[in-house]
Design a protein around this ligand. Structure first.
Ligand code: PMV
Length: 334
């Protein structure tokens, strides 16, 4: 281990985008292709060096903070729940320190416009931006591939078998065709893809939902495996439709994909209400996005119908916002 040379900058802020999975969540864990889009909501991490070797983490939006000294944690704000919420940030910093073979303490502050535990990739965006902020602060050059790998390792510590789709999109941005264990492909999507996100505000754990799907697949393998294969075919057809700008077909694929996600048990009454409200108000397609079981749905709509779809989702009990795709992955803020 070497000690950290004095940093060129006193504080570094990095940010990474949220995402919506348009196709293939859950099935991607079993090797099927998925399509994911980075959206114009971001998480920000600001890192500063400390004089000691402690890691202090604070989240403005979650109102939690505390200090890690080795494995010990001292909560400052947020009581007993603070540690679990802040641990991934500490893990991200430690991954960078280990990679750089350096010893240092840091203050990391997180702020974000991404709703948490909603299936929009908030934790991966936080981990990825923390890795880049900490790396820059230490004067360590990390390639995008290295950033992705470190963010993936951080996510693995939180839930056992992630596909890697969340850290990939937070790192690279754009629209990705993703398949576990294979190189992902950046898709050239020229069409505007107008989306409305509806949040049920029902909190859930992605890890538990992934485990529930695994259980269902083990119990009913002959049924669930073909469902997953069909999910993979839908994602590939949707890639072609997206490239051609054929949004009507993309919408159809979203509706069918949602049906398959219901079949594996990850929808929720509140999600169904928002999905049907969006479709009835003229969306081209609507489905749950991410882990399901609550969290968010996504609707695709023609530009002129966006406001109507947004209002319908709100009237059905959700919070709603319109999003655009962004090509920018993780970046250091000026
Ligand atoms: O973290 P979420 O809720 O956005 O969902 C991640 C997508 C899953 O396919 C459900 C899990 C994974 O690791 O790919």
């Amino acid at each position: 281990m070497t000690d950290v040379p004095s940093s060129r900058k006193e504080a570094v802020t990095a940010s990474a985008p949220a995402k919506v999975i348009l196709f293939g969540e859950h099935f991607v864990v079993y090797g099927e292709p998925a399509v994911v889009i980075a959206i114009d909501k971001r998480a920000y991490a600001t890192a500063k060096l400390r004089k000691d070797e402690k890691i202090h983490v604070g989240s403005v939006d979650m109102r939690v903070s505390g200090t890690f000294k080795g494995a010990k944690f001292q909560a400052e704000k947020g009581g007993a729940k603070a540690q679990a919420k802040l641990e991934p940030v500490k893990n991200a910093v430690q991954q960078v320190l280990t990679t750089a073979n350096k010893k240092a303490g840091m203050d990391v502050t997180i702020s974000s416009d991404i709703p948490v535990s909603a299936g929009l990739g908030s934790s991966a965006a936080v981990a990825t931006s923390t890795i880049v902020a900490a790396g820059h602060l230490l004067g360590v050059e990390l390639s995008r591939d290295q950033i992705f790998r470190l963010a993936y390792e951080t996510e693995r510590l939180v839930h056992g078998t992630p596909s890697g789709i969340d850290p990939a999109i937070a790192t690279y941005g754009g629209t990705l065709q993703f398949q576990k264990g294979k190189d992902f492909e950046t898709l050239k999507v020229e069409a505007n893809v107008p989306l409305v996100i509806g949040n049920t505000e029902v909190e859930r754990s992605t890890g538990e939902l992934v485990a529930a799907v695994r259980h269902m697949r083990e119990k009913h393998r002959y049924i669930i495996e073909p469902v997953m294969k069909t999910g993979g075919r839908i994602a590939l057809l949707a890639v072609e439709a997206l490239k051609k700008g054929d949004l009507e077909s993309v919408g159809d694929m979203m509706n069918i994909n949602h049906g398959l996600l219901c079949a594996v048990g990850v929808s929720h009454e509140a999600l169904e209400r928002l999905v049907y409200a969006a479709r009835e108000s003229g969306a081209l397609g609507a489905k749950l996005t991410g882990g399901g079981g609550g969290g968010c749905m996504v609707a695709l709509a023609e530009e002129k119908k966006l406001n109507r779809v947004t209002t319908a989702i709100v009237q059905a009990g959700g919070t709603a916002f319109q999003v655009r795709k962004t090509d920018e992955g993780v970046r250091v803020e000026p």
